[in-house]
Ligand binder design. Structure first.
Ligand code: 5GP
Ligand code: ZN
Length: 116
């Protein structure tokens, strides 16, 4: 069940425009509207899950599949062998601003660590 008030559910349902780069069963990848690197994609489950902390046991395989999807997108965007970063923010103190689970794929420039 998707949430009509959720930004990323609306993107999944094509009710809000987004630069969609790839889709596979249960997952959608689109460009971040405010990119923090030359390549900045968001990978989201098509099913509404508020945060990584809310994943049920049934839903946990989604994360493995999302990482595998991100790895293939990184390869497709020539981010290997230079490298890339995958980030999941969880909750307000970690900077999660959209309450629909998303994996950030960042690359195309040197990325500092720790992020601050
Ligand atoms: P968070 O801070 O929750 O980890 O990441 C949310 C991300 O969603 C941010 O990087 C932000 O730029 C992106 N974002 C917010 N609203 C939209 C939108 O309407 N479309 C797209 N494509 N990205 C969005
Ligand atoms: Zn949602």
């Amino acid at each position: 069940m998707n949430d009509a008030a959720c930004l990323f559910c609306r993107i999944v349902e094509r009710k809000l425009p987004a630069d969609i780069v790839a889709e596979e069963e249960g997952l959608l990848a689109f460009k971040d509207v405010n990119p923090q690197a030359p390549i900045h994609l968001l990978i989201v489950p098509t099913e509404h899950v508020p945060s990584v902390a809310d994943l049920t046991e049934r839903q946990t395989p989604l994360i493995g599949r999302a990482i595998h999807f991100a790895n293939r997108l990184a390869h497709r965007h020539q981010l290997t062998p230079a490298g890339y970063r995958l980030v999941i923010n969880c909750g307000p103190q970690a900077g999660q601003s959209v309450s629909h689970l998303h994996l950030h794929l960042l690359g195309g420039r040197p990325l500092r660590w720790p992020p601050g």
